[in-house]
Ligand binder design. Structure first.
Ligand code: FES
Length: 204
């Protein structure tokens, strides 16, 4: 379980950009009068995206003021959900799944690559490009081990293909999301062993 604390170093203020303000007004308008608090999660998410993928206290309070909510209620939400980062992250923020299926398929070896190339978890690399954290299951267990980097999943990782992925991202080269071993979705790695005919054996 990760520690959920606000960053020690905080900016003085936070304002939504005009575009994000307009976007947020549209989200709020989806809800009946008096229910604008229902937009709190998308509002926090947009604030995080605007602020290089982390939420300072000023952004949390801005969301609360915009939605007419007590600051503490929005603080509770921001500190509860691990999708909200409470401290600065790298340009490429790697969330590594260390839950059982990923662990059994080699996530410890992926951690070693991260420690060697990025450093300790929850610290931004000196060039600002990377930071990483271990998280719980991200729901792609069939393609374990896997990581999420910003909004995308990278699956079927090995130390070799993961190291190359980090190098490609750092160099600004285009990378492929999803399976890194070329399989389609979460189909079997070898030949199909089930659902090999439309109706199954014995059907007419
Ligand atoms: S255990 Fe890693 S994605 Fe589910």
């Amino acid at each position: 379980m990760s520690v959920r604390r606000l960053a020690e170093k905080q900016p003085e203020s936070f304002e939504f950009t005009p575009q994000n303000k307009a976007w947020l007004e549209k989200q709020i308008a989806k809800y009946p009068d008096g229910r604008q608090a229902s937009a709190v999660v998308p509002a926090l998410w947009q604030a995080q995206k605007q602020n290089d993928y982390w939420l300072p206290r000023a952004a949390i309070e801005k969301v609360a003021d915009t939605l007419g909510m007590p600051h503490i209620r929005v603080l509770e939400i921001a500190t509860f959900y691990t999708m909200f980062n409470l401290e600065p992250v790298g340009k490429f923020y790697v969330q590594l799944c260390g839950t059982t299926p990923c662990m059994l398929r080699g996530s410890d070896d992926i951690i070693k690559v991260l420690e060697r190339k990025v450093g300790p978890q929850r610290q931004v690399r000196v060039d600002g490009l990377f930071s990483w954290a271990e998280v719980e299951c991200l729901g792609a267990c069939c393609n374990a081990p896997m990581v999420q980097i910003n909004d995308d999943y990278y699956e079927d990782l090995t130390p070799e293909n993961f190291e190359k992925l980090l190098d490609d991202l750092a160099a600004g080269r285009s990378v492929k999301t999803g399976s890194q071993t070329g399989r389609s979705g979460s189909e079997p790695e070898g030949v199909l062993t089930s659902l090999t005919s439309l109706y199954g054996e014995g059907s007419k």
